[in-house]
Design a protein around this ligand. Structure first.
Ligand code: PEP
Ligand code: MG
Length: 366
């Protein structure tokens, strides 16, 4: 429980009066959501859904879904996961009390849900009633040399549309349930790792089809948005085409940095410090957006998107969303919101207010 003195609230009240860019949070649990609200978040800009599948009762169903070659068995496993997901989303929507919540469809490579040491594989083989050798072989087939560039993000939703179907069903039935209870809910479904407008359209169609079915069954409909992460350089290149189909963009600058610089998100620490010491890089590109790096792609995609859709809602949910210099950069580009981890929300609010004070327009207005 954060507890601040009253002068903090007075000061942050002034900050918010000056600020005209929204600050959201990245949160996947109701606890994080509540903490972020206390820090002043105005919505969730990124709810990652992968962590939701690691609970003990769920991971087995998830593993059955991944490993089964039989469509009906996969469907059955997803059916078991549906009520859990529905509850996850209800809890988050409730915690956010009517503020917008962006839920991202499953993103990581599937083998992340599978055990890799012998002991775990043996236990799972027992649980699934298959031989150890057979399971080991299946896991070997799923392994990838470059999983972060592999079968993940919307690629999963395209090869396994039933995952997108289950998650959409859970999001929208949770939202309808709360609406029937008289609560306000603003669900936004976000497609990860999109690189072409065709990928996005494929997932959009699946989402809309499920939405129609859910609303028909429930006898109640709810407004929802469908948008995309912009986190592959190619998505920035074709942002105009994607914008034609999307309700919003959210820049995933963690992946976008990895793919633009060709630096592994997980390993670049091994040389980045030395690069900065030797003046080869001015700053860590995973922390700071600038014109010569990923910022140029953010700018390009924003301009292309808004050429097609003047009022396209655009935010950022990579680590940069909580970095003051990057928040200023986003403000200058005209982004609608930044989204960052709960603890960085106050700093982002302050940075957004400062950015407005520093902007030319504001100076001219005065
Ligand atoms: C990103 O890539 O910037 C992002 C927000 O998503 P994740 O960190 O989950 O890949
Ligand atoms: Mg990403």
């Amino acid at each position: 429980e954060p507890s601040f003195g009253s002068s903090y609230y007075t000061f942050m009240g002034w900050v918010d009066e000056l600020r005209d860019m929204e600050v959201r949070t990245n949160a996947d649990t109701p606890d994080d959501a509540v903490r972020a609200l206390e820090f002043g978040a105005q919505g969730i800009g990124l709810a990652r859904t992968e962590h939701m599948f690691f609970g003990e009762e769920r991971v087995t169903a998830m593993r059955r879904m991944i490993l089964s070659e039989n469509k009906d068995e996969r469907a059955k496993a997803l059916e078991e996961l549906l009520p859990y997901q529905k509850q996850d989303f209800m809890d988050i929507f409730e915690a956010m009390e009517g503020r917008p919540v962006t839920i991202r469809l499953l993103d990581p490579p599937l083998h992340e849900f599978l055990p890799d040491e012998e002991e775990g594989v043996r236990a799972l083989a027992g649980e699934l009633g298959i031989s150890f050798q057979n399971l080991k072989q299946k896991i070997r087939v799923l392994k990838e040399f470059n999983p972060m560039l592999g079968h993940r993000g919307c690629r999963l939703g395209i090869t396994h549309p039933e995952i997108t179907e289950m998650q959409t069903h859970a999001v929208l039935s949770a939202a309808v349930h709360l609406k029937k209870d008289g609560r306000e809910v603003k669900p936004e479904i976000m497609v990860p790792l999109v690189g072409t407008s065709e990928e996005f359209m494929h997932q959009h169609e699946v989402i809309d089809r499920v939405a129609a079915k859910v609303f028909n069954n429930e006898g109640e409909a709810i407004a929802y948005k469908v948008g995309t992460m912009i986190e592959i350089p190619r998505a920035a290149i074709v942002a105009d085409k994607i914008a034609a189909e999307a309700d919003f963009f959210s820049f995933g600058t963690n992946d976008l940095t990895q793919m633009t610089f060709g630096y592994s998100r997980d390993d670049a620490g091994k040389f980045l410090e030395s690069y900065q010491e030797k003046g080869i890089l001015k700053a860590d590109p995973f922390q700071i957006l600038d014109e010569e790096g990923v910022g140029a792609l953010v700018k390009m995609a924003t301009e292309k998107g808004r050429t097609v859709k003047k009022d396209l809602k655009i935010g950022i949910c990579g680590e940069h969303g909580g970095d003051p210099a990057s928040v200023r950069f986003c403000y200058q580009l005209g982004l609608n919101y930044v989204s960052c981890s709960p603890y960085r929300v106050p700093v982002a609010r302050l940075a957004a207010a400062q950015a407005r004070l520093q902007s030319q327009d504001n100076v001219r207005q005065k």
